[in-house]
Design a protein around this ligand. Structure first.
Ligand code: ADE
Length: 231
């Protein structure tokens, strides 16, 4: 039977999944707790990677090697880049790319990993379709399928938003997706990232980030929960 890996970066992002987990069995590896069990009768492993690309990469490889997951879904919050996105809206990853990969002094385009065929890692079309169906069936589900940009930076300026949107065509900015995507690509494991917007990445996030993070995490969880019943 297939096992689905479910990752969030922060407690708020996995809390609701953990509450749903039946037959819970936890294991700690390299400081991260992996909670195996079932949701809607599906075998899953839920974990909190911690923030940033390194944490996300290590966690993803462990899900694949130690838990044999055959699909990975990332759930959480992000800063909106696309002007049509409001707080709470959903981005389903068409692909993920590292916006802080910058070897432009050697002539590589921004975001491109040198000497490597792929830098913009496509998400799995089957998972994208199931996520879209979930968004359509849930009442207030405004969503877009777009490029998720990841970097070890909390984006908090209009200028950066403008640059990431116009130069790299990003729909939203977060700090883990592209690391999960790259590791999944290296292992030929299908993935999708689901993100609900907690802020507009414009520098106003500090005012209400904790509150909007809880709300947005709920939205992202609703989508993932709905997806799990279809996987
Ligand atoms: N996660 C949520 N909001 C974010 C932002 N503005 N930048 C990076 N990661 C985020």
């Amino acid at each position: 039977t297939q096992v689905i890996g479910l990752i969030g970066a922060m407690d708020e992002e996995i809390e609701l999944l953990l509450q749903q987990l039946d037959n819970k069995d936890t294991t700690v590896k390299v400081g991260v707790t992996y909670a195996a069990g079932t949701i809607h009768g599906k075998q899953v492993v839920v974990c909190k990677s911690g923030v940033g690309k390194v944490n996300a990469a290590v966690t993803t490889q462990i899900l694949i090697d130690a838990f044999g997951v055959s699909k990975i879904v990332f759930t959480g919050v992000a800063g909106a880049l696309h002007p049509e996105l409001n707080i709470g809206d959903i981005v389903i990853s068409s692909s993920c790319m590292q916006h802080d990969m910058d070897v432009t002094p050697l002539g590589f385009a921004k975001g491109v990993i040198p000497y490597q065929e792929v830098s913009d890692f496509p998400a799995d079309q089957g998972l994208i379709t199931i996520a879209e169906e979930a968004c359509k069936e849930l009442a207030d589900g405004h969503y877009i399928v777009g490029k998720v940009l990841s970097g070890d930076q909390f984006i908090a300026s209009r200028d950066t938003v403008q640059m990431l949107y116009s130069e790299l065509n990003g729909a939203c900015a977060e700090m883990e997706g592209a690391a999960v995507a790259q590791v999944c690509h290296m292992n030929a494991v299908p993935y999708v990232v689901i993100r609900s917007m907690s802020d507009k990445a414009d520098g106003s996030a500090h005012v209400n980030f904790p509150e909007f993070t809880v709300k947005a995490s709920k939205r992202s969880h609703e989508i993932v929960n709905h997806m799990l019943s279809r996987l």
